[in-house]
Design a protein around this ligand. Structure first.
Ligand code: MN
Ligand code: MN
Length: 469
């Protein structure tokens, strides 16, 4: 008897003192889990409709307009509760809801990115080789190249013609559309290829997309398959070969978002890094009616290539937006920025039991354990990270706990195993408090990435909580 009492004392003390993360479905009610599942139905639709940064902006505008957002006008003085959006070059968007507080007290920013790893066409893409028509490509972002062969690809993007007319391309998504494909060697003849390292298994210049195989009929001459493809493109889009020079054409996986598992607990789709945070941030932005602080949601481009470029967050577009807003409301831009706070809404790598060796299991995130708060990213001794302060981390911890948001911490792999970065450091460099908050993902950067529906919902909850503090 005495022994049993002692045991319970130990248990009670452990419960009080030890950290004990739990599977979210053990904490949540059946009703809440159903809510999460329902939330992800529209999320899957968004993923299917927004496979590129431009399409994500378009979808965001549609959803924002439906929810009372208007186009931003630079010198306008807005009142609390006003909602507006600003588009940067069709590839990034800022959504803003004015708060009741003065801008001088700072704004709340939620920053996600809407570009994902993919296969871009080169400027001279189309060629014919042995009576096959192919596209030369240059991959975008960090990919394992072998994963992008022998899967159906769709082609998305824009072509600016010689007269500057803009042609929107989206082919491979409709049930009746053709798709495209990068070929790979059959195993029977891959003896030498199989000796290459996985990194070199398929090389960058081998990522050639097959786009046709029938020659232009009733004629003699060379490059007739290429000619036939060019003729089809000319008839469909009115373009000539030189128009590829001023185009942004992106090959992305053609498959649709689906439930994963017998229990349908997960979402499988292309581009969940970081459209999972973009979508949940967007939904949080429209859920924000008359906040205390002005709430800004930025969905940025170029994160996957280091955030450089005028649509990425290493540029000044967010800063300029805030400065302009401050000026129109008789506030000082630097004061507004310096008092602001930001969630860098980006995914983290979930622990994968098939590859446990890359993680410190005590510090890696797990799917179904809630939204991940990542204090620091980077690699090689925290290089390339903003590393949120204990104070700001503590603030976010308190905020999420108080609101009942299920969350966990995460680190991107073991020390010196590799690493990666987010937009957090570029925002921190503006003198803003920032921490990474996002969804854990399995198979990140693969053509098909996996998230847990409960985690997606918890990310949404976290963003809503942050804005409505
Ligand atoms: Mn990301
Ligand atoms: Mn990424």
């Amino acid at each position: 008897m005495e022994n049993e009492n002692k045991k319970s004392e130990v248990e009670a003390l452990k419960e009080k003192l030890f950290s004990s993360p739990k599977h979210a479905s053990k904490i949540l009610s059946e009703e809440k889990i159903k809510k999460a599942d329902k939330f992800c139905e529209k999320y899957k639709t968004f993923l299917d409709n927004a496979k590129t940064e431009r399409e994500a902006v378009k979808e965001a505008v549609t959803i924002a307009k439906e929810n009372g957002f208007e186009k931003y006008s630079k010198n306008k003085k807005y009142k609390a509760g006003d909602k507006f959006y600003y588009i940067n070059r069709g590839k990034a968007i800022i959504l803003c809801t004015m708060g009741t507080d003065s801008l001088d007290n700072g704004v709340k920013i939620n920053a996600a990115h809407i570009d994902s790893p993919r296969i871009d066409l080169k400027q001279h893409p189309l060629y014919e080789d042995n009576e096959l028509a192919l596209f030369k490509t240059h991959y975008y972002g960090g990919i394992k190249k072998y994963q992008w062969t022998t899967i159906p690809l769709a082609l998305h993007g824009v072509v600016i013609k010689g007269n500057r007319d803009k042609i929107i391309v989206n082919i491979g998504e409709d049930e009746n559309d053709p798709v495209f494909c990068i070929t790979d060697l059959l195993p029977h003849l891959a003896t030498n290829q199989m000796k290459r390292t996985l990194n070199e298994g398929v090389k960058g210049e081998e990522l050639n997309i097959l786009v046709g195989s029938r020659p232009f009929k009733d004629d003699k001459g060379s490059e007739l398959v290429k000619l036939n493809i060019m003729k089809i493109l000319n008839e469909k889009y009115g373009i000539i070969e030189d128009d590829f020079l001023s185009a942004e054409l992106e090959a992305v996986p053609a498959f649709k978002a689906k439930d994963i598992g017998f229990d349908r607990s997960m979402v499988g789709a292309y581009g969940q890094d970081d459209r999972v945070c973009a979508y949940t941030a967007l939904r949080a932005a429209i859920k924000c009616d008359k906040p205390k602080k002005t709430c800004i949601t930025v969905l940025a481009d170029k994160e996957e290539t280091g955030s450089d470029g005028n649509t990425g967050l290493n540029s000044s577009f967010l800063k300029y937006f805030i400065f302009d807003l401050a000026k129109a409301h008789d506030c000082e831009g630097t004061t507004v920025i310096s008092n602001s706070e930001c969630l860098s809404a980006d995914v983290n790598a979930a622990f994968d039991p098939t590859f446990p060796e890359v993680n410190d299991s005590r510090n890696s995130s797990r799917i179904n354990y809630g939204v991940v708060v990542t204090k620091y990213t980077g690699s090689r001794g925290k290089s390339g990270t903003s590393d949120a302060s204990a104070e700001f981390t503590g603030k976010i911890r308190n905020l999420l706990d108080t609101a009942g948001v299920i969350w966990q911490t995460g680190e991107l792999g073991k020390v010196d195993e590799g690493g990666g970065g987010t937009v957090a450091m570029y925002i921190a460099n503006l003198n803003i408090d920032v921490i990474d908050v996002g969804v854990p993902v399995l198979s990140m950067h693969a053509p098909y990435e996996i998230t847990s529906k409960i985690d997606v919902y918890m990310a949404y909850k976290a963003f809503v909580t942050f804005f409505n503090e």
